[in-house]
Every structure is written in C-alpha cells, then in structure tokens.
Design a protein around this ligand. Structure first.
Ligand SMILES: [Zn+2]
Length: 255
C-alpha cells in the first residue's frame, strides 16, 4: 500500500514535470535578456563559463518542446570560427536562435531567418554582432581602396552588402589609412545590417515599434572575448530614418 502510494506520487510528480516542461511561459523582458547576455559574456571573458543547458535532459526537453517557448535572443553574427555565439554568451541548447554568415550581412535569406526568429521563435531581443578582425569587412575595405582581389564567383554578391558601410566610413574618416579604417567599418557594418533589415522587413519594424522586440548591436573582440555593446539608441534612430525612406518594403506577409 505504502509502495503503491509512493509510485503514484512519483508518477504524478513526473507527469507534472513533463507537462510543466513545455508550458508556454512568459519570457524575460528584453532589458532582462540583455542583462543575461552581458552577464553570460562576462563569465566567458573571465573563464567562468557555466555551460548551461547542454545536459542530456535539455536535449530531451528540446526534442519535446517548442523552441519558441525557450529561446530568448536571435543573434546575427559572422561565420568566423573565432566567433561562436553560444560560447560567447555562455548559453546552451534552445537559448539562442543564431544566424551566422560571413560579415554578419543582412540580405534576403538572413532577413527571412531573422523574421522567423523574431516572429515565430518569439525572441524579444535581436543582437547584431560584428567582430574585430572580420575578414569579410577587410576584403571589402581592400576592394573599396582599389585593390584587385580574386574572389570566388559567389563571394561578391554575398559581401556587397558591406560596401555601403565601408564607403560611408571612408568618406567620413578620409584622414585614416586603409588599416585604420577597419574598426570603423566593422562598427558601421553592424548598423548597415540593422538598416538593411529594417528596409526589407516590415514585420521586423512592426515588432520593434510595438515594443515586442529590442535590437542591440555589439562588437566581439576576438582577443579578449568581450562584447563591446554599441549605442543602444542607434537602432531606433535607424528605424526612424528607414520609416522616412519611401523605398522601404511595406509588405509584412509574403504575397
Ligand atoms: Zn567576420
């Protein structure tokens, strides 16, 4: 009798646990999530990563869950092997919805993926993350300075999104050498991606305007491991400028 009671209790407990597992839970606010990302990055910088959410139980939960109830940030960053998003933020499975592409550009495929991350995985935060020593930005910087590079056939249409960023900083800092310009171009390229996203994605603009999503930019330092967060007001300034641009896309949904 006692054993039966205990079994019942165990069964009930595990049932509650399972059903509680994928219950739609309120996600933290965007500001709280940004704090989580900052703290996770600090642990990584200090060599004190906790490697959360990589246990077998987390995989089991992931297999039986809607990631939209868990993942808390969409991250657009570079494919560079020195920029591993989950490590940088000391995050694990079902924590980050990550788009990695050379030069963290935002072209159609990346923007579609971001729209999915924000609109279907419901992450309240989008991080656009550039990084020091970005080869894609350096290559475009070289081309803009007149160097002739032999690039494989599909690379120019990939990195052409970076050209406006490099051209803008070259004009603004005409006193700087090609090498000195690189860090400025890397930062401007983060804002270029935010601009390209807002220009092409009415859905993303609406989520930001409705206060459901916050966009934040950062530059990852490949030597220190630190993310240097950029001006938090800038994405809203870009959004405002895009809203004044008649060339922005207006369709939230595909035809
Ligand atoms: Zn890169």
């Amino acid at each position: 009798m006692k054993l039966t009671k205990m079994l019942l209790f165990v069964l009930l407990f595990s049932f509650l646990n399972i059903s509680a597992g994928d219950k739609k839970t309120e996600k933290p606010s965007a500001d709280k999530i940004i704090e989580m990302l900052k703290k996770g990055n600090q642990r990584f910088v200090d060599g004190k990563s906790t490697f959360p959410n990589i246990e077998i139980s987390r995989r089991e939960l992931a297999a039986n869950s809607d990631q939209g109830n868990y993942a808390y940030a969409t991250v657009l960053s570079c494919s560079d092997s020195r920029v591993p998003a989950e490590f940088i933020f000391d995050a694990g499975i079902m924590d980050l919805f990550v788009i990695r592409v050379a030069g963290n550009v935002a072209d159609t495929d990346e923007i579609g993926t971001i729209e999915y991350g924000l609109g279907h995985v419901n992450t309240p935060v989008l991080v656009v993350l550039g990084h020091s020593g970005c080869g894609a930005v350096k290559a475009v910087n070289a081309v803009v300075h007149g160097e002739k590079l032999q690039l494989e056939s599909n690379i120019p249409p990939l990195v052409d999104n970076i050209i406006p960023a490099v051209s803008a900083v070259k004009e603004k800092h005409s006193d700087l050498s090609q090498n000195e310009l690189v860090p400025y171009a890397i930062e401007q390229n983060v804002w270029q991606s935010v601009n390209d996203l807002f220009m092409k994605s009415a859905a993303s603009r609406k989520l930001v305007e409705d206060g459901k999503v916050k966009v934040i930019g950062g530059i990852y330092d490949i030597a220190s491991g630190k993310v240097n967060w950029l001006d938090e007001n800038k994405p809203m300034e870009i959004l405002k400028a895009v809203n004044d641009n008649p060339q922005r896309s207006m369709n939230i949904y595909a035809e």
